[in-house]
Design a protein around this ligand. Structure first.
Ligand code: ZN
Length: 162
């Protein structure tokens, strides 16, 4: 009975968090998920593959929730999540070569989701998005992968005897 309740609880919290229109309410649910150290790899991988960028972004934050404890099996799970992140987050607009009309010199640009062209060196578009499609302050795919690597490293250092 408790097991069933636990599964149901995870599902309800995850669904509320991922599908809510209110940023404020979602943050509130996220705090609760963090507090309860809820981590369900199947659901995280499912949400990471969402078509909706907002849901995908929220799923990244689920991937970095601290588990109550680590086991050796977590390594495989973290690698699975990392691969899923890499598959589902691509560079926002590929690098293109643009020819300046005035000088006819070529320059490299990246085209943002908003339609703007940016210099290849520009970290962020005028609209606020970076090349991966994240706003400043958001959990990025790189940040999430760094945290997963840190977890794997910790498990290898503490749980795997040399
Ligand atoms: Zn833009």
């Amino acid at each position: 009975m408790y097991k069933f309740d636990e599964y149901k609880r995870i599902n309800i919290l995850y669904e509320y968090y991922i599908n809510n229109d209110s940023e404020y309410f979602s943050e509130f649910i996220y705090d609760l998920i963090t507090e309860l150290a809820i981590f369900n790899i199947e659901k995280i991988v499912e949400y990471l593959a969402s078509e909706d960028p907002k849901k995908k972004q929220r799923a990244l934050k689920l991937a970095i929730v601290d588990k109550p404890y680590f086991t050796i099996d977590d390594i495989a799970d973290f690698i699975k999540i990392e691969n899923s992140i890499k598959n589902n987050f691509n560079e926002n607009g590929e690098i293109q070569i643009a020819k300046s009309k005035l000088t006819s010199r070529e320059k490299e640009i990246w085209r943002c989701k908003c339609g703007n062209s940016n210099n290849v060196d520009a970290q962020r578009c005028n609209c606020g998005l970076d090349r991966m499609g994240f706003y400043e302050g958001e959990t990025t795919s790189d940040t999430a992968i760094d945290i997963l690597h840190g977890n794997i490293d910790l498990i290898q250092r503490t749980l795997i005897k040399k």
